[in-house]
Each structure stands twice: as C-alpha cells, then as structure tokens.
Design a protein around this ligand. Structure first.
Ligand SMILES: Nc1ncnc2c1ncn2[C@@H]1O[C@H](COP(=O)(O)OP(=O)(O)OP(=O)(O)O)[C@@H](O)[C@H]1O
Length: 456
C-alpha cells in the first residue's frame, strides 16, 4: 500500500516538472514515457510504448536520439533534439546500471527550449540590426557634421567666429540671429564641433517646419497608444535624441505662444513628459537657438514670451547679411567654384567681370543664394571660363537699374558705391598710401573711410 502511494507520488512529481521523461531498455525499446509527449512529438505517449527509438528516428519523430550515445559513453549525455513538430528540446540521457555495471536502462528527460532558441536567434538578429544601425548613424552623423569649411575673413565674421569659439567651450545657451541663408546652422554646427559634446548628437529641430498639432509628439515623443494615428509602440522625441549633445532649435520665432510655454519649461528643467506619459524624463543637452525674425520686436508685440527670450539670449551672435560684409563675397565665390568644380569634375574659372558683377549683388538669399548660383554656373556653362553671358539675367542689371529697382535713396546709393569702390581698391592696392594715390584722395581720408565702412 505504502509502495503504491510512493509510485503515484513520483508520477505526480514527474508530471509537475513538465519535463518529458522517456525510458528505454538497452536495445532502445521504450518502456516508459510520460504523458506530455504529444505536444512535442505529435504522437501519443502511450502509443509509442514498446517502439524502438531507432525506428522513431528513421520516421523523423525526433533526431538525434540519445540512447546510443549513453550506451556508448556510459555516462550522462546532453543533446539538442529537433522534433517533427519543429520544437527544439534539450535532452539529458542518463544511464541506469544493472548489478554487473552494464547499462540496463537509459532514462532521458527533455526540456523544451524552442522559445529560448527563438529568443537567441531574435537577440542575435537584433544585435546585427543594431550594429547596422549604429554604423549607418555614424556615417550619417559624419556627413551631417562634415566640416565644409568656414569662409569668413571680414571683420564682422571674424568677430562672430571668435565669440562662437569662446562659447563652444562652455555649456551656455546661444542665440544666433541673422537673415535666411547667412549661415546660422553652419555656425551652430561649428560650435558643436568645437565643444566637448562633439562626439554626441547634433539634433536640429526646425520649429517652423513641424505643424503645431504635431510639435509636442515630435519634440517630446509619445507613449504607446497615446493617440490614434500614433505608432503603437510609442516614439522617442527629438529632445530625447539630443542626449549628451547639442539641441539646435532653428526658426524659434515661429513657435506659437502655447508651445513657447512648453519649450521654456523644458529648457529650464531639462525635464519633460512624453505625450501620454506620467514619468518625467531628463535629458542633458546644450541649447542653441536661431531665428531670422526680430525677436526683440516680437517680444514688444507680445508674440514672443519675454521669459523665453531671456532664457535663449544668454549669448547672442548676430551674423550680418552678405551685403554688409562684402569682403567675404569673393572668397566665398572662390570657395564654392572650387567645391563644385571638384564635385562635378570640371575645371571652371569665373572671369573678373563676373566676379565684379557678383560683388555688387545685394544677395537677399545670402550664402545659400550664392551657393545655388555658383553651382548653376559650374554645371550649365560650356566653357572653362565663365563669362558675364553665363550669368542669369537678374544678376546683370546695371548699377543704376539695380539701385532704383531696390528703391534706394541717393545718399544710400552714394554710400554703397563708395564702400564698394574702397573695398575693391583695398583688395587691389593693399596699402592706404597706394589707395590714396590711385583714388585721388588723401591718405587720412582713406583711413577714415576704411574705418567708417569697417573695411580692414
Ligand atoms: N561661413 C561659411 N562658409 C562656408 N559656407 C557657409 C558659411 N555660412 C554658411 N555656409 C553655407 O551656406 C548655406 C546656408 O547656410 P545655413 O543653412 O547655415 O544658413 P541659415 O542662416 O541657417 O539659413 P536659414 O535661416 O534658412 O535656416 C549652407 O550650405 C552652409 O553650409
């Protein structure tokens, strides 16, 4: 009675273990099998009692079998078996010896490791994918941050550069001001490259380009299922992507007043909540903002929050438009002619008349406009020397036409012409003595005028 109870109890324990137990004799005949086999092998446990494991292997029920290995080694053996159901089992075969030290039975128990194997595959695929993404990110980051050269020999640009390099070293908020295309993003990247954060991300957020209704979810990210058209798994925001690096808020003047409140709180606390989230998240970044709008004016008109303006405006850098730093025009032209000549593998030179004409342009689109024009000239011109005939019509209006076109007053026209003449004379004659001789004015007048127009 006592024995029966013990046998039943052992059976219960085996079932509870959820491991499949199979016992064969030394010829490989199954003499015991627990009753969970069907799920793994697709056959009823009790129906294979008496069957040979060699036969079952031939039929593909499971392979490889462990019995012959245990018989040969006379010790515990582990194998990974695949069943006809495609499951992966870790089989441990254990020899049971008779009184003469011969293997009398082979007991094997199996543990279903399919999920573990799948997880391992998944993990390894994920690791490969991560490696690919990491490499791609590295390439993209290098492309994005590629140092394309900083042209700026004018007094104004030298001043900007010197402030930029100084602030790069400290984690202070910087506000870059200037017309469209003057190089605000270019300067922000330079500050990032020169800072200790250079190996971390530079995340550019164009505040004017993101629709207001999407700004929060794009900027702060969102939690899973927080709104209907959202990605089911939730999404990381741009703010979070800047971790450790520089967050560049371009066109900050375009932010609506309600969003300004949120951005201000974020800049102050360096903490935020994802849309639909309840957990505050922290992010460490240096902030650079930029705008082509007169922010101070917007503050007066109550279109831009004063507290946000003060937060951003710790170190302001104003990049002057190209027409206020004409000494940069010719070096920029040379720089981009070389760049595009090498990009399109064609040798191109601008003749002096073209340079003179470009020097006189007002460049409302600033450096971006200049780049577009040079690229077009390099690509479209058919001969090595680019002449005035290659210029698009709008670029060869005569002086007078040009000024009247822009509704300038006579004193303004005279000042501008004087400045340009002095600039050209400075480029050509270098010294104030030679300039005074060739311009027919005294040397002190040359010096005074050079100071007036900040030509150095
Ligand atoms: N000092 C410079 N030297 C060489 N290239 C420059 C310089 N400044 C700007 N550029 C180039 O001019 C183009 C326009 O510059 P950028 O995009 O930085 O202007 P932006 O002021 O940010 O314009 P927007 O206000 O439209 O955003 C870019 O291709 C940039 O690489």
């Amino acid at each position: 009675m006592m024995f029966f109870e013990e046998v039943n109890e052992s059976e219960e324990i085996l079932k509870a273990l959820k491991d499949d137990l199979l016992v064969t004799d030394r010829d490989g005949r199954i003499i015991y099998v627990s009753d969970i086999t069907k799920a793994l092998y697709g056959v009823e446990g009790q129906k294979i009692i008496g069957a040979s494991v060699y036969e079952l292997e031939k039929q593909g029920v499971f392979t490889p079998i462990v019995t012959p290995l245990v018989l040969k080694k006379k010790e515990r053996v582990n194998v990974i078996q695949t069943t006809n159901k495609g499951r992966k089992l870790l089989i441990t075969g254990v020899p049971v010896f008779d009184g003469k030290g011969e293997v009398h039975r082979v007991a094997s128990y199996s543990h279903d490791i399919t999920e573990m194997v799948n997880m391992k595959h998944f993990l390894s695929e994920m690791q490969d994918e991560m490696e690919r993404v990491r490499n791609e990110l590295e390439i993209l980051r290098n492309q994005q941050m590629k140092n394309t050269g900083f042209v700026g020999s004018s007094y104004e640009m030298k001043k900007c550069l010197s402030v930029a390099k100084q602030v790069a070293e400290v984690d202070v908020n910087v506000l870059i001001l200037g017309e469209s295309g003057v190089g605000k993003t270019h300067l922000a990247k330079l500050i990032h490259r020169e800072s200790e954060r250079k190996d971390k991300p530079f995340i550019e957020v164009n505040c004017g380009a993101i629709p207001e209704s999407l700004f929060e979810s794009e900027f702060f990210g969102y939690e899973a299922g927080s709104f209907t058209s959202a990605n089911k798994k939730g999404k990381l925001g741009l703010a979070e992507l800047a971790e450790g690096g520089t967050l560049f808020l371009d066109e900050i003047g375009e932010l609506s007043l309600p969003l300004q409140v949120k951005v201000l709180r974020f800049i102050q606390d360096k903490q935020f909540y994802r849309v639909g989230g309840t957990k505050p998240r922290s992010v460490d970044f240096r902030l650079i903002a930029a705008t082509n709008q007169p922010l101070e004016q917007l503050v007066k008109e109550k279109k831009f929050r004063e507290d946000l303006y003060f937060r951003l405006n710790v170190v302001p850098i104003r990049i002057p438009p190209l027409r206020e730093r004409t000494t940069d025009i010719l070096p920029l032209i040379d720089h981009f002619v070389n760049e595009f000549a090498s990009k399109y593998k064609r040798s191109r030179i601008l003749d002096d008349a073209v340079k003179q004409q470009l020097f006189k342009q007002p460049w409302p689109g600033n450096i971006r406009e200049l780049i577009n024009l040079i690229e077009r000239l390099v690509v479209v011109s058919t001969s090595e020397i680019i002449t005035i005939k290659d210029l698009p019509e709008t670029y060869y209006l005569t002086y007078g036409q040009d000024f009247i076109h822009k509704e300038k007053t006579l004193p303004e026209i005279i000042e501008q012409v004087e400045k340009e003449v002095l600039q050209e004379a400075k480029n050509k004659y270098k010294t104030t003595v030679r300039m005074s001789k060739n311009l027919g004015i005294s040397q002190p007048t040359v010096v005074r005028k050079l100071n007036k127009y900040k030509i150095n």
